[in-house]
Design a protein around this ligand. Structure first.
Ligand code: UT7
Length: 329
């Protein structure tokens, strides 16, 4: 009988821009306070990319680190997948820009848009391609520069977001099988609660759309919050069930870092103690497609995880989209 192809997680990497924007800095530009932001969200500071530092540049730096960690040359990569909602341009894809920067030989490269759940959607796509036998070494990146689509006059949203990138190399293997399960979902009937109105074909860019700030994120925060908690719990429980593992088998839960109150509510509903939940939102803010992978990379690099540990990632975002994955490090 032919042996099943497994998916090995060969390495991870991450990158955050140098510039730090603290809550105290924000107090100087809008009507807010460190106290409000900290208590309502858990965020203390976020990283902000330079004007000449596009999404593909953060993706490049995170990918270089992941390739080095995995001891894999760019020449060996046979597919590039970038999860992002803030591409360098509408087209070509950020994956193509990344391919050129890394000097990866001709190989399929494309972006996927599933907002904050994007990286988990990407794990599922990479797993399917590897298990089918079509591709052997996939570079998967979760990256966003939300500060470039933020309305800096809207205190309801501008305090929440940051920029960053995380990368993972997934390889075909007959020895390891590190992606135990993935569960995904979406409900487009909620697309009016978290969105960016203009710049696409629905509302092409005009002077009017710029003047009305329609090229920036619009969010109904309370409604998003209300939906996020049950959907994250649902996705996490489904992925756990499909993996055949129990709650106590999971060493670390890595939830999407959008709001500390959401993270705590999800943990409480699932009966997980907070010392098993990874949190870095205080340093990063919400970096959308990049949150779960940058958090996973930090947990690995700071020795919170060792080889063989089981981790569950769970996310929720605009669309609405949601997803969870149970993986072995
Ligand atoms: O990544 C995708 C998923 N995104 C999320 O999961 C985000 C989900 N939503 C949230 O995290 C929260 O809803 C927010 C953090 C966005 C807002 O927290 P909230 O507890 O839902 O606050 P609120 O919107 O109900 O606002 C409460 C008050 C309002 O004042 P009034 O009307 O009660 O006088 C706001 O105007 O807080 C005010 N407010 C602020 N005050 C100081 C809103 N933003 C700020 C601010 N600084 N930055």
């Amino acid at each position: 009988m032919k042996k099943k192809i497994g998916v090995k997680i060969s390495g991870t990497g991450s990158y955050f821009p140098k510039k730090v924007l603290t809550n105290v800095d924000l107090e100087k530009i809008i009507d807010t306070s460190d106290e409000w932001i900290s208590t309502r969200t858990g965020i203390k500071e976020r990283r902000v990319s330079e004007i000449n530092e596009p999404t593909s540049e953060l993706a490049f730096k995170a990918s270089v680190e992941a390739l080095k960690f995995a001891n894999i040359s760019p020449k060996q990569i046979d597919m590039i997948l970038v999860a992002t909602i803030t591409p360098d341009m509408l087209f070509p894809s950020t994956a193509c820009f990344l391919q050129a920067k890394l000097n990866i030989p001709p190989a399929p490269a494309f972006d996927l848009s599933a907002s904050c759940s994007g990286f988990i959607y990407g794990i599922s796509i990479a797993k399917a391609f590897i298990e089918s036998g079509l591709y052997k070494k996939i570079l998967l990146v979760g990256v966003d520069e939300l500060t470039k689509i933020t309305d800096w006059t809207d205190r309801n949203t501008c305090v929440l977001f940051g920029d960053g990138a995380g990368a993972m190399i997934l390889s075909a293997s007959y020895e390891d099988d590190n992606v135990l399960s993935v569960f995904l979902g979406a409900d487009g009937s909620y697309s009016n609660l978290l969105f960016l109105p203009a710049g696409g074909t629905f509302s092409p860019a005009t002077i009017d759309t710029v003047n009305k700030r329609l090229h920036t994120i619009k969010m109904h925060g309370k409604e998003v919050f209300r939906a996020a908690v049950p959907k994250m719990v649902f996705a996490a429980e489904k992925a756990l069930e499909f993996s055949g593992k129990k709650l106590e088998d999971v060493k670390l839960f890595i939830p999407h870092q959008a709001n500390m109150r959401i993270i705590k509510a999800v943990a409480k509903k699932m009966g997980i103690s907070m010392d098993k939940v990874f949190v870095n939102i205080h340093k990063t803010g919400n970096v959308s497609s990049a949150t779960t992978i940058t958090a996973l990379d930090e947990a690995i690099k700071t020795n919170k995880l060792k080889n063989g540990d089981i981790v569950e990632l769970v996310a929720f975002g605009g669309g609405f989209t949601w997803g969870a994955a149970v993986i072995r490090i």
